[in-house]
Design a binder for this molecule. Structure first.
Ligand code: BGC
Length: 451
């Protein structure tokens, strides 16, 4: 019998991902401290439709039922994040046992159902108390983060086989410190490179703490969006190079090469500090894997008015765009993975997020929710992933974003990425057609994609 062409290698890890503020709700329950997202969401004008994470998917109280949703899909792993301020309400010092216990119970529940926990220490919800002390602009944050990481490793590493320090540091600095659309809402070109650098110092310090206290795997998660020039003019090619350095290399280079790409100085000018050599030793720690979040690509054109990159994305005619305005471009996933391997070497990789927001029809009477655009996106991207493996990329697993519809940050509940539909009025969860396809993918280890 010939091997079906889209079967994945034996042992390929299939999962789904979420993050704390997007699903948990009860952000101040049981002694938790506020996070910057709690504050941001409660600042008028910051969130679409005034939405907040006060209830979100109510996962803090419904986690047992949600683990059953994962089990129904046949997931091998579940990637979630820990709300730092639940565990350390002031960010450092005093531990809140009830907050820690929530994550301990979640982990036990996953293990009892045969699902491997994959914990991310920081998915954007910085304790507000640390923001009051300068947040990512304060160099001490590397120590604060390592202290928090150590608390988590000591409590959970006996049961959590895979950890990540940060999720998408680019979004934190671009949205939180440069353009201000995300918490903590700053708009300051002089702050953004410092926040970025301290994020990577914190990640390095967290990995060092893991080497002292952990015995499984730790890595870091980057969003990578490949950039393609709009034309072969020298200006467009240079703009593409800048956009690529800014989004894709600004974080991966210090983490994996111990250096920064020269384009950053070109982009930030006098706002780019010369960081000390020793800092780049701290950022450059050995990782056990890298997680890549892939959603889309950008075709880039020079524009001298665009701040600060002098580059803008160009919308592509006759292409499908998701509700977040992202082009569906699966070849970018293959290109990203092969680029990553060529630049950074043969590090084990996971796709830690991939998915799409589309409008969903209302749930039909028979409980079926057909979401053909999302189903099509999943199919195409899994095939593109398989092509990357054929090209020799050391890819270990895939996590769909997201297990269920949730709070899409400042866009609120308007954008639905879930495998499960969530009715936010009743908290009813309903599998979409994409969830059914994903369950078949897992069961057949990709074989169903041949049909
Ligand atoms: C983030 C998620 C987010 C998703 C879709 C990623 O940038 O890690 O938190 O919901 O993309 O925008």
């Amino acid at each position: 019998m010939t091997r079906p062409s889209f079967r994945f290698p034996d042992g390929f890890h299939w999962g789904a991902a979420t993050s704390a503020y997007q699903i948990e709700g009860s952000p101040l329950a049981d002694g938790a401290g506020p996070s910057i997202w709690q504050r941001f969401a409660h600042t008028p004008g910051m969130m679409s439709n005034g939405d907040t994470g006060d209830i979100a998917c109510d996962h803090y109280r419904r986690y047992k039922d949600d683990v059953q949703l994962m089990k129904a899909l046949g997931l091998h792993g579940y990637r979630f994040s820990i709300n730092w301020a639940r565990v350390l309400p002031e960010g450092t010092g005093r531990i809140n046992p009830k907050g820690l216990d929530f994550y301990s119970r979640l982990v036990d529940q996953l293990l009892e159902n045969g699902i491997a926990p994959n914990a991310t220490l920081f998915h954007w919800d910085l304790p507000a108390a640390l923001d009051d002390r300068g947040g990512w602009l304060n160099r001490d944050i590397a120590h604060w983060f390592a202290e928090y990481a150590e608390v988590m490793f000591k409590a959970l590493d006996d049961r959590v086989p895979r950890w990540a320090t940060l999720n998408e540091p680019w979004v934190v600095t671009d949205g939180g410190y440069l353009h201000g659309a995300l918490a903590p809402g700053h708009r300051n070109k002089y702050e953004a490179p410092i926040a970025a650098h301290n994020l990577m110092r914190a990640s390095g310090a967290g990995i060092q703490a893991y080497r002292a206290h952990g015995k499984h795997e730790i890595g870091v998660v980057f969003n990578i969006e490949p950039k393609y020039p709009h034309s072969d003019s020298a200006e467009d090619v240079a703009a593409t190079r800048r956009a690529h350095a800014y989004m894709n290399q600004q974080f991966a280079d210090p983490a994996l090469l111990g250096s920064y790409p020269p384009e950053l100085k070109e982009i930030f000018g006098d706002a780019w500090p010369d960081f000390p050599e020793d800092d780049l030793k701290l950022t450059n720690q050995k990782v056990d894997f890298v997680g890549i979040n892939y959603y889309t690509r950008a075709v880039v054109k020079h524009d001298s008015n665009a701040y600060p990159l002098k580059a803008v994305p160009v919308r592509q005619p006759n292409k499908t765009y998701t509700e977040t305005g992202w082009e569906v471009f699966e070849q970018g996933l293959t290109d990203t993975l092969t680029w990553f391997k060529d630049r950074y070497g043969d590090i084990p990789l996971y796709i830690t997020e991939n998915g799409s927001a589309f409008y969903d029809p209302p749930v039909a009477e028979n409980g079926v929710l057909d979401d053909p655009l999302r189903t099509n996106y999943l199919r195409k991207h899994l095939k593109a992933l398989h092509r990357a493996i054929d090209a020799g990329v050391n890819l270990k697993g895939y996590y769909a974003w997201s297990l269920m519809d949730n709070l899409e940050w400042s866009l609120g509940f308007s954008k639905r990425f879930g495998l499960y539909h969530v009715d936010f009025a009743t908290q009813q969860r309903t599998p979409k057609a994409t969830a059914k396809l994903y369950a078949q993918v897992i069961e057949s280890n990709g074989g169903v994609l041949d049909e």
